[in-house]
Design a protein around this ligand. Structure first.
Ligand code: GLV
Ligand code: GLV
Length: 325
C-alpha cells in the first residue's frame, strides 16, 4: 500500500502505520504543504492521512487518482475536505471525534476564565512593571459563578463545557441548536432557546458548531450588537463561524467585554486590529493540544486509514452513507 502523511503526527500513530505498511512517505518539514506540493505528493496514493490545514478538494482527488480510497483527517472537524466530492468518487473521509472533547472543552473554559478575570492583560501589566500596589479599581472583571452561559451548538464539546460549568460553577445554561439535547437538559437544567434569545440573555457565549455554509458568519455585526456589554465571547470551533472584522469592531466599540479565540477566520492571518485589543485572548488553535489527546487522535487517524485500506469500513467514516462505489 502506498500511503502519504501530510505532516508529522505523534509517534503512536506513525508506529501503527509503519507496522502495517512498512516504510512510508511523510512531510517531515515542520510546516504545512503548499497546495502545489500537496497535489504532487498525493499522486498515486492508496490513502492519505491529512490535517485540518490541508485543503482537500476535487483537484487533490484528481491528483491522488482512482486508486485512492481514503483521506483520513487528523481532526474532528472536516470542513477542509470537500466531502460531497469525495463521496461522489467513492473516497472515504474519516475524522477523530470524542478523544478531543474534554481537551477542547477545557480550553474553552480556560479562555472563559482568562477573559472574565483579565488574566492575560493583568499578567502583561505586572510584567511591564505597572503594578504599583493593590487598587480598588484595578483590573475589575466579570463574575462567573451563577452567571448564564450560552452554548451555541450543543454537540459533544458544547455539552461538555455546559456540564462542567453547570456542575462546577453553578452556571445557568442556555443552548441553541437544531436538535433538542434531552440528556444535557436533564443533567444541567439547560434550556433550549433561539439564537437571538441566547445572545440577549447570556453573560458568556461559547461557539461549538461545525463549520458549514449555514454556520458561516453565524455571528456577525447584528449578533454582537444584541449581546450584553458585559458579555464574554468564546470561539473554539472554527474561525469562519464568526465575522472576525465585526468582532474586532464590537470589541473596539465596547459592545462586548472580551473575546477568547482559539480559531480565526483566515488562519493563521488575523483580522486587522485584533492583536491591538487588550481584551482578547488568542492562543494559536491549540484546543486539542494535550499529550494524551494528540496521541489518541494520531492512533485514531492511523486506525481509520488502516481499516479502509484493509477493506473494512472505518469506525469514524463521516460519509459512510453517501459513498458511491
Ligand atoms: C481541531 O480543530 C479539530 O477539528 O480537531
Ligand atoms: C465535536 O466533536 C462536537 O460534536 O462538538
Amino acid at each position: 500500500m502506498n500511503i502519504y502523511v501530510t505532516r508529522e503526527i505523534p509517534k503512536g500513530g506513525l508506529e501503527m502505520l509503519r507496522e502495517k505498511f512498512g516504510k512510508f512517505e511523510m512531510n517531515t518539514e515542520d510546516r504545512m504543504l503548499t497546495q502545489n506540493e500537496l497535489l504532487e505528493r498525493v499522486r498515486g496514493r492508496d490513502g492519505v492521512l491529512c490535517l485540518l490545514t490541508d485543503k482537500i478538494d476535487a483537484a487533490v482527488f484528481d491528483a491522488a487518482g482512482p486508486e485512492c480510497k481514503i483521506f483520513s483527517n487528523y481532526a474532528v472537524g472536516f470542513n477542509n475536505i470537500d466531502v460531497a466530492e469525495a463521496s461522489r468518487r467513492g473516497i472515504m473521509v474519516t475524522n477523530t471525534p470524542g478523544v478531543l472533547t474534554e481537551a477542547t472543552a477545557d480550553l474553552a473554559i480556560a479562555l472563559l476564565f482568562a477573559c472574565a478575570r483579565r488574566i492575560v492583560e493583568g499578567d502583561a501589566f505586572t510584567r511591564a512593571g505597572k503594578f504599583k500596589g493593590w487598587g480598588p479599581l484595578l483590573m475589575i472583571g466579570q463574575d462567573i459563578t451563577g452567571k448564564t452561559l450560552g452554548i451555541v451548538g450543543a454537540g459533544r464539546i458544547g455539552s461538555n463545557v455546559a456540564l462542567k460549568m453547570a456542575k462546577g460553577f453553578g452556571m445557568k445554561i442556555l443552548y441553541a441548536d437544531t436538535f433538542k439535547n434531552t440528556e444535557l437538559e436533564k443533567e444541567t437544567g439547560a434550556e433550549k432557546v433561539d439564537l437571538e434569545t441566547l445572545l440577549r440573555q447570556s453573560d458568556f457565549v461559547s461557539i461549538h458548531v461545525n463549520l458549514t455554509p449555514e454556520t458561516t458568519h453565524l455571528i456577525s455585526e447584528k449578533e454582537f450588537s444584541i449581546m450584553k456589554p458585559s458579555c464574554v465571547f468564546i470561539n473554539t470551533a472554527r474561525g469562519p463561524v464568526v465575522d472576525e472584522k465585526a468582532l474586532v469592531k464590537a470589541l473596539q466599540e465596547k459592545k462586548i467585554f472580551a473575546a477568547g479565540l482559539d480559531v480565526f477566520e483566515n488562519e493563521p492571518a488575523l483580522a486587522p486590529g485584533l492583536t491591538e485589543l487588550p481584551n482578547v485572548v488568542i492562543p494559536p488553535h491549540v484546543a486539542s493540544a494535550t499529550f494524551w489527546t494528540r496521541t489518541r487522535m494520531a492512533e485514531m487517524a492511523a486506525k481509520n486509514l488502516i481499516d479502509a485500506l484493509e477493506g473494512r469500513m472505518p469506525e469514524f467514516c463521516v460519509n459512510k452513507d453517501q459513498l458511491k462505489r
